[in-house]
Design a protein around this ligand. Structure first.
Ligand SMILES: C[S@@+](CC[C@H](N)C(=O)[O-])C[C@H]1O[C@@H](n2cnc3c(N)ncnc32)[C@H](O)[C@@H]1O
Length: 265
């Protein structure tokens, strides 16, 4: 089944096409929600040139969470400029393979250029939607994703597609933005806050319920808190289409999470 892009897909696609063309981040000058040296252990990034590691729009480190092994097939949902695909490809080695899926052609182009810079031939990028993955059933050992599922207008479909393509016993290892409590309504309604990874975030308990409803088991969600200053600068850089909203409610509700789940063997 193919996915027809919704107005949210269009807004998000335009936002990230613009970001990568200007080589700015999704919400700040360096990356999505905090500097890379907070997101990833320093050691992990030593295997890639800095111009590649700095083109990141994530909110965590799905690579460490995934505990990848040589020979595995990995799928990255919303692969952006390709940093996590490159790090994953280095972990799974030549006997393994990595597929990145993204709906923004400009991101795919940059990701392909970045892969050339590091001389890897076990990474492939496919243009497509998370809600209709261009991937065969039961073929993936590990799915990773970094700050993307919150952007989807149909998260349940994303989880059911992830479940479909995972092999039995396969693992989902995701960094994503979730909430604990309500976001101000004015933020919820803001398309720029959606594109900036805030308005589309759902409560952690609803995230878990959606994963359970499609069949995932052994689900865990662990918060990674950012300081107020980091959240503030991300909100400032996001250029929200609203000016008046209680910032405290955003600090309290929104956080990055490390999420793992499994398809039963
Ligand atoms: C915040 S960026 C994260 C990129 C990358 N994971 C990283 O950590 O740098 C979100 C990416 O997901 C893609 N994306 C968002 N929603 C999508 C969807 N429904 N289907 C496919 N790609 C999507 C965007 O095009 C963008 O490249």
């Amino acid at each position: 089944m193919t996915q027809s892009p919704t107005p949210i897909h269009e807004t998000v696609r335009e936002h990230y096409a613009e970001r990568i063309k200007s080589s700015a981040s999704c919400c700040g000058p360096s990356d999505c929600c905090s500097p890379n040296n907070i997101l990833y252990p320093e050691q992990l990034l030593t295997t890639v040139p800095t111009d590649v590691s700095s083109t990141s729009y994530g909110c965590g480190d799905p690579i460490t969470l995934a505990s990848l092994k040589p020979g595995q097939t990995v799928l990255d949902l919303g692969s952006g400029a390709g940093l996590d695909c490159i790090l994953a490809a280095q972990k799974v080695g030549e006997t393994g393979k990595v597929i990145g899926v993204d709906m923004t052609p400009e991101m795919i182009e940059r990701a392909q250029a970045n892969v050339k810079k590091v001389n890897l031939n076990n990474v492939e990028f496919r243009h497509g939607y998370l809600e209709s993955l261009p991937v065969e059933n039961n073929t993936v050992d590990v799915i990773i994703s970094n700050c993307v599922i919150n952007l989807s207008p149909d998260k349940e479909k994303v989880f059911s597609e992830a479940f479909r393509v995972l092999a039995p016993g396969g693992k989902l290892a995701v960094s994503d933005i979730v909430t604990d409590g309500e976001l101000p309504e004015v933020i919820r309604q803001s398309l720029s806050a959606w594109a900036g990874c805030v308005a589309g975030a759902v409560e952690a308990k609803d995230y878990i319920a959606m994963m359970e409803s499609v069949g995932f088991t052994n689900i865990s969600i662990n918060p990674v808190f950012f300081d107020k200053q980091t959240v503030d600068s991300a909100l400032d850089e996001m250029k929200l289409d609203v000016t008046e909203y209680p910032r405290d409610a955003v600090y309290k509700a929104v956080y990055s999470a490390k999420i793992t789940a499994y398809k039963p063997a």
